[in-house]
Design a protein around this ligand. Structure first.
Ligand code: P6P
Length: 329
């Protein structure tokens, strides 16, 4: 479709081509949340949201006011749509039940309202990550089992990145598409249709401060990336922002591999399976890339707990395959 059309029109056209994508209205409401959060992020330097709430979330991390604001905004803009039977957020310990005053629907929404929130104060790009599943249960409210799903069962996944411009990138299983917010009209406009990630690249993203705690195979892969070998385009260049959505977005467009492996201190790594790894894995596979724990595809994992963490290796397919060969050697 032609560049510059609104996200709303793009979603309607996708729905026309694929009628069983009934969550299109939900997606449209999510973009409203994205615009409201973008407004707060853009004035974060002035707003009280810059402060800390003095409270911590389920993971013991300081909850920034913007986290809470974004969490509440997403709930408020989507819980009345009649499409949802429940929600789960990285910022909420338990699943969120849709209030009885609102109609319920066949989908569940999971999201990380503001990923990388520790970067808010230093004006580094942050992002919202979301994912939609059809519910499996049939009662009046969604239950925990509706949320503990292999990522392969997602019907939609996306993120909103708040940076020099606000972009929304999503897939509903028919390619990956990027939209840029035009603040003068308050609309997300199609800027990149059918995004594909280069199969191999020369960039890697990892927090090498953890190198001493990594497994020897991961250390060997990192050493391999730095060896001189013009034929295979090595040494690679390091690009690490410390904000998953920003690192992922750059790698999606330019190619690259992002690694947050487990280590001696945290065998399951740091990133969350349901709110971060699975949505980005759906997107990257739709863009021709790959996402794994190093041992198996992220999308095949059966979550046991709502907030479980998972080692994440994601990006250009050939780079991830090479990393897997080192890790499983
Ligand atoms: P580290 C931000 O806190 C985050 O959750 C991700 O956005 C980011 O990729 C990762 O943690 C950075 O972690 O340990 O390198 O600071």
């Amino acid at each position: 479709m032609e560049k510059g059309i609104t996200l709303t029109r793009f979603i309607i056209e996708q729905h026309r081509r694929n009628p069983d994508l009934e969550f299109t209205e939900l997606l449209a409401e999510l973009t409203v949340a994205g615009k409201i959060i973008a407004r707060e992020v853009n004035k974060a330097g002035l707003a009280v949201t810059m402060g800390l709430t003095g409270r911590t979330n389920v993971h013991g991390e300081e909850v920034q006011k913007l986290d809470e604001f974004a969490n509440a905004t997403i709930i408020k803009t989507t819980d009345h749509t009649g499409h949802l039977a429940g929600m789960a957020s990285e910022e909420m310990e338990d699943i969120y039940h849709i209030p009885d005053k609102h109609p319920r629907g066949d989908y569940i929404l999971v999201f990380d309202p503001v990923d990388g929130s520790s970067n808010i104060d230093v004006n580094v790009n942050i992002g919202t990550i979301f994912s939609i599943y059809r519910r499996k249960s049939s009662g009046s409210h969604a239950i925990l089992e509706d949320f503990l799903r292999p990522g392969r069962e997602q019907v939609c996944a996306g993120y909103i990145i708040y940076g020099s411009s606000t972009m929304l990138v999503y897939t509903s299983g028919q390619g990956v598409h990027g939209f840029t917010l035009d603040p003068t009209i308050g609309e997300f406009l199609l800027s990149q249709e059918n995004i594909t990630i280069p199969r191999r690249s020369r960039y890697y993203s990892a927090n090498e401060g953890n190198y001493p705690r990594w497994a020897p195979e991961v250390q060997q892969y990192m050493d391999y990336l730095k060896e001189e070998d013009k034929a295979s385009g090595r040494p690679y260049s390091a690009r690490y922002i410390g904000s998953l959505v920003a690192d992922f977005h750059r790698n999606l467009l330019k190619g690259g591999i992002f690694l947050y492996p487990g280590d001696a201190k945290a065998p399951q790594g740091k990133l969350r399976l349901i709110y971060e790894a699975s949505p980005l894995a759906f997107i990257v596979e739709q863009a021709g890339g790959r996402a794994s724990t190093g041992w198996q595809p992220i999308l095949d994992l059966q979550p046991e707990k709502l907030h479980q963490r998972v080692p994440l290796i994601i990006g250009s397919a050939e780079d991830v395959e090479t990393a897997e060969r080192f890790i499983t050697s």
